[in-house]
Design a protein around this ligand. Structure first.
Ligand code: GDP
Ligand code: MG
Length: 349
C-alpha cells in the first residue's frame, strides 16, 4: 500500500515525509524527484503488548510513503494540463495533501485556494480519462453493435456528470461490480484523500479547519517542522518532550493512522516471547485472509483462529488469564477479524 504526499511546492511535503518515515531528506528545495520510503504505523497498543510479553522483537505494521514532486497549477497552458505530478499521483493508493497554513518569507498562506485548486486539477484529470473512455466505448459499440461490458457506458456517464459538476468520484455509491470495472483506470478522485493542514507551532486557525472539514475529506492539523524534529528524538526523549507539553503522542502519528483508516485498513496482532507484531489487514477480511497475511501456509491449512480482543487481553493481564475468564475464543473461517484482535492461527498443511 502506498500513500502519496501531494501539494504545492514549499508546503512542507518533504518535511512531513521525513517525519513519517524517519528519512532525512533536505527540505526547502522544492525537489522534483519522487522519494519513496517505508513508515511504521504507530500503535500504542503494540507497545503495551510488548510490555506484557517482553519479546525479542517488536514489529510494527508499515505503509509506503511517496514524496510526490510539487504540484504547480498549470497556468498559461490552462487547467487540466497533464503534469509530472499527476503521473505519480495515479500510482498511489491514497492521497495526503499537505496544505500550507504557515507564513513563509515570500507568500501569505491561502490554504483554501490550495485545497480547491488541487481538487480541481484532480477532477479535470479524471474527466479527461472518463471522456476518452466514453469515446472508446462509443467506437466499440459502432464496430460491434454492442459493448463488451454493458455496465460500463452508464457508469462512465455518471462519472462524467459528477466530474463536470466539479465533484470528486469518491462520494459516489458504487457496487462491487462497478468498483471492479473502474479499478484499472487509476482515477484520482476515487482514491481516499486526507488533508494535512500544516500550520505553525501556534496551530491552524479554526475557520480554516472548519472549511477543510466541510469538503468532506478527512482532516488532520499539525506542524510538520515540529513533527520532523520529534521524529529525530529517541523514544525516551520524545515521551519526555511530549509529557512536558501535555500531549499524548505526536500529531504525525494521528495523521498516519487517519491515512491508514482512509485506505480501509486496520491491524491485528500476534504475540509471544519471540515477537509481538502488528499486521495490516483489509477491513472486512475474514480470519483465513488474516492468516494469509502472516504466511500462505497458514491460510491454506487454516483450521481455527484463537482470538482475544486487545482490550480483553489487557484487562485480563495475560493469555492464560484471558483464557480463564473465557475471553479466548475459537473462531472459524467465516469470522470477520476486528481491529486490535490478537490472533493465534491453528493450521495444518
Ligand atoms: N514554519 C513552518 N515551516 C515549515 C513547516 N513545514 C515545513 N516548513 C518549511 O517550509 C519549507 C519547505 O518545506 P519542504 O518540506 O521542503 O516543502 P515541499 O516543497 O512541500 O517539500 C522549509 O523551509 C521547511 O522548513 C511548518 O510546519 N512550519
Ligand atoms: Mg519537497
Amino acid at each position: 500500500m502506498q500513500i502519496g504526499i501531494l501539494g504545492f511546492k514549499f508546503t512542507g511535503k518533504t518535511t512531513l515525509f521525513n517525519a513519517v518515515t524517519g528519512a532525512s531528506l533536505p527540505t526547502g528545495q522544492g525537489g522534483v524527484e519522487p522519494h519513496l520510503a517505508v513508515g511504521r504505523i504507530p500503535d500504542p497498543r503494540l507497545e503495551r503488548l510488548t510490555a506484557m510479553f517482553n519479546p525479542k522483537r517488536e514489529v510494527h505494521a508499515t505503509v509506503e510513503w511517496v514524496d510526490v514532486p510539487g504540484f504547480e497549477p498549470s497556468g498559461a497552458a490552462g487547467p487540466g494540463e497533464g503534469t509530472r505530478f499527476l503521473e505519480h499521483a495515479r500510482r498511489v493508493d491514497a492521497l495526503a495533501q499537505v496544505v500550507r497554513c504557515f507564513d513563509n518569507d515570500f507568500e501569505t498562506p491561502d490554504p483554501l485556494a490550495e485545497i480547491e485548486s488541487l481538487a480541481l486539477e484532480l477532477v479535470l484529470a479524471d474527466l479527461q480519462v472518463v471522456e476518452n473512455r466514453i469515446d472508446k466505448l462509443a467506437k466499440e459499440k459502432q464496430r460491434k453493435g454492442k459493448n463488451d461490458q454493458p455496465l460500463e457506458p452508464p457508469l462512465m456517464e455518471r462519472f462524467q456528470a459528477t466530474l463536470s459538476d466539479g465533484k470528486p468520484l469518491r462520494d459516489l455509491e458504487l457496487n462491487a461490480d462497478e468498483r471492479k470495472l473502474t479499478s484499472g483506470f487509476s482515477l484520482l478522485t476515487l482514491k481516499p484523500l486526507i488533508l494535512v493542514l500544516n500550520g505553525d507551532e501556534g496551530g491552524v486557525p479554526q475557520d480554516v479547519l472548519a472549511a477543510a472539514a466541510a469538503t468532506g475529506a478527512e482532516v488532520v492539523d499539525l506542524c510538520a517542522k515540529v513533527e520532523a524534529e520529534l521524529a529525530e528524538l529517541s523514544p525516551q526523549e520524545r515521551s519526555e518532550f511530549l509529557a512536558d507539553l501535555g500531549i499524548a503522542e505526536p500529531a504525525a502519528h494521528r495523521m498516519v493512522r487517519s491515512a491508514y483508516r482512509a485506505l480501509g485498513l486496520h491491524s491485528f496482532f500476534t504475540v509471544g516471547e519471540d515477537e509481538c507484531r502488528a499486521w495490516t489487514l483489509r477491513r472486512g477480511a475474514l480470519a483465513p485472509e488474516a492468516a494469509g497475511v502472516i504466511h500462505s501456509d497458514l491460510e491454506r491449512g487454516f483450521i481455527r483462529a484463537e482470538t482475544v480482543s486487545y482490550e480483553d487481553l489487557i484487562a485480563a493481564g495475560g493469555l492464560a488469564e484471558a483464557k480463564k475468564l473465557n475471553k479466548l475464543r475459537l473462531e472459524g473461517k467465516s469470522y470477520e477479524v476486528r481491529d486490535g484482535d490478537v490472533l493465534n492461527i491453528r493450521f495444518s498443511v
